[in-house]
Design a protein around this ligand. Structure first.
Ligand SMILES: Nc1ncnc2c1ncn2[C@@H]1O[C@H](COP(=O)(O)OP(=O)(O)OP(=O)(O)O)[C@@H](O)[C@H]1O
Ligand SMILES: [Mg+2]
Length: 261
């Protein structure tokens, strides 16, 4: 697949605070080039602008300065080419798993092919027997898998994942990490993941972008040169983990601490 190329060119995002006078710089001159089919993760302390970055790529926010570009076109609004999955999976409680998965497909028409793909994806995440269940009948991990399937059933060129596994226990998390790799290998789309979990970033991605505390800047673009499936206790894995943690710690100490009373 040669679609799903994301370019972030000199992106600065400044928010106005509620008083309308003070401003807050969430992102400061961020430049990135994310290749089609690449799996990239962002790590950085809370408030460093990760979600803002993802929302800009999704087309939900507009940069104050600079541009976000998808496949050569400036991003000016949302598009089904760029799917989004949040931490709180936000399934529709009144719809079954199957109808939740097909929901986004309504606009593009629920063709037979799309239904087959949805069916196939549900099987891939081990939920083929839960099509008729309602969200309240599922565990958090199951709901999150449904949310991933729903996003992928639209066949996005880019999947934007904002801490999608953040609320899950360690075991469920690890099993869904494997599901994510399977889905990515299968669909070969661009994956952009935000996570607080350094191990998760190394386990999943080809590149880890480390961001500084506010204002968010890219402090490192680290290629993870390990074959899949990765082994968390591998020496090289440990090397990457220590390196990223050092960067985060260093950036954190160097960052300004703000107190709001
Ligand atoms: N709509 C908004 N209006 C004003 N300020 C905002 C808005 N959205 C985000 N911010 C501010 O921008 C900064 C970055 O927020 P963002 O949500 O991108 O951080 P984050 O890195 O995703 O943090 P976390 O890891 O806690 O999710 C924060 O200081 C936040 O208060
Ligand atoms: Mg966030």
């Amino acid at each position: 697949m040669d679609k799903g190329h994301i370019e972030i060119n000199g992106v600065t995002k400044i928010f106005r605070r509620t008083d309308g006078i003070e401003t807050l710089t969430a992102l400061d001159n961020v430049n990135l080039d994310i290749k089609p089919g690449e799996f990239v993760s962002f790590v950085g302390s809370s408030g460093c602008g990760k979600s803002t970055m993802l929302r800009i790529i999704a087309g939900l926010e507009v940069p104050t300065i600079g541009k976000a570009i998808c496949d050569g076109e400036e991003i000016t609004g949302t598009s089904s080419k760029r799917g989004l999955v949040f931490q709180d999976h936000a399934l529709f409680p009144w719809l079954t798993v199957w109808d939740n998965v097909l929901f986004g497909l309504k606009s593009t028409g629920k063709g037979k092919e799309k239904q087959e793909l949805a069916e196939y994806l549900l099987k891939l995440v081990g939920l083929e027997n839960f099509k008729k269940s309602y969200p309240y009948q599922l565990s958090g991990g199951m709901s999150q898998r449904v949310a991933l399937v729903r996003a992928l059933a639209n066949e996005p060129d880019v999947l934007l994942l904002d801490e999608p596994l953040g609320a899950l226990d360690a075991f469920t998390r690890m099993s869904i990490q494997d599901v994510l790799i399977d889905l990515w290998k299968e669909r070969n789309n661009t994956m952009i993941l935000i996570t607080h979990d350094v191990d998760e970033a190394i386990y999943l991605s080809q590149r880890v972008v480390v961001m500084s505390p506010r204002p968010g800047r890219v402090i490192e673009n680290l290629k993870i040169e390990l074959p899949y499936p990765r082994n968390r206790s591998d020496l090289n894995f440990t090397y990457y983990r220590n390196h990223i943690l050092e960067q985060l710690d260093f950036a954190h100490k160097a960052g300004q601490i703000e107190y709001v009373i």
